[in-house]
Design a protein around this ligand. Structure first.
Ligand SMILES: C[S@@+](CC[C@H](N)C(=O)[O-])C[C@H]1O[C@@H](n2cnc3c(N)ncnc32)[C@H](O)[C@@H]1O
Length: 268
């Protein structure tokens, strides 16, 4: 299996994660760097949150964007009007590009879905030229996602067995401090740095928090597919109480933190 990601369509993705990954693209580009005339590879472009933000940052020569999900590739292609951007299917673990052909390789919110993340990082190293840079970022599910943890912690307090599913969400590969950076060092990158990036997830009201969460491809939606209606209702009421915190329904804002690592390909 090349990907553990479960896709449920581009629109569902955009309302669930895409709206936050578009925000994360900005600090990620600050961290990863971009320069005019570069050839850039993006791994796991999804519906294009980072892809379409890059040309606004630098006068890029070309962007090759790949994703494992054919439906996301199709949606991103449909949205693309920039002839410098080429979007196609591909697998992070086995890139279809020859050695050293990119100046930079970027991957946003992807490596924790790739069963062998070390192999994907090694592939990034292979296709970037000596002196070039690769960077990746993944959410810090354990310590940096209070908005999503609110769902799981509430659930685990009221539902037997839910703590097992909570652990599966919280403990994922590449997600512990220094894990991404270690992967870059193991692959032979030099000047490896790890940092944290943060954006805020802003919700207009509880429905704006709950509906995309339940419709999305996340583990939360998967969990709520199985229990009977009254259990779902009880869970929603408990999560709603946590969201409201005794105040009237309305906007709430949650910080959302991602780990990010970058490294340089050594020159011979
Ligand atoms: C959370 S989405 C992130 C998409 C986009 N980068 C963004 O930030 O909105 C994860 C993406 O990783 C892709 N993915 C997972 N495993 C992959 C693999 N082995 N090769 C390429 N893409 C993969 C999924 O298809 C999905 O589009």
């Amino acid at each position: 299996m090349a990907s553990s990601f479960v896709a449920k369509g581009a629109d569902v993705y955009d309302s669930y994660v895409g709206r936050w990954s578009r925000k994360l693209a900005q600090p990620f580009m600050d961290f990863a760097g971009l320069a005019d005339r570069e050839r850039v590879l993006e791994i796991g472009c999804g519906t294009g949150s980072l892809t379409f933000a890059m040309p606004a940052r630098a006068n890029i020569a070309a962007i090759e964007a790949i994703d494992y999900e054919a439906q996301f590739v199709a949606a991103a292609r449909e949205r693309n009007s920039d002839p410098r951007i080429n979007i196609q299917r591909g697998d992070a673990s086995s890139l279809q590009f020859s050695d050293g052909q990119f100046d930079r390789a970027l991957s946003m919110l992807v490596l924790h879905f790739v069963p062998d993340a070390d192999r994907a990082v090694a592939e990034m190293r292979r296709v970037v030229r000596p002196g070039g840079v690769a960077a990746a970022t993944v959410w810090d599910n354990f310590g940096g996602q209070p908005g999503i943890r609110m769902f799981w912690d509430t659930l685990a307090a009221i539902e037997p067995q839910a703590d097992v599913r909570r652990s599966a969400f919280l403990i994922i590969p590449t997600n512990r401090p220094q894990e991404l950076a270690n992967s870059f060092s193991k692959a032979g990158f030099v000047d490896v740095t790890e940092s944290e990036l943060s954006v805020r997830m802003e919700f207009a009201n509880f429905d704006d928090y709950w509906i995309p969460l339940m419709a999305g491809q996340g583990t939360q939606a998967a969990y709520l597919e199985s229990p009977p209606g009254e259990t779902r209702q009880r869970i929603m009421t408990a999560v709603r109480n946590a969201y409201l915190a005794g105040q009237p329904d309305g906007p709430r804002s949650f910080v959302s933190v991602a780990w990010a690592a970058r490294g340089t390909i050594p020159r011979p």
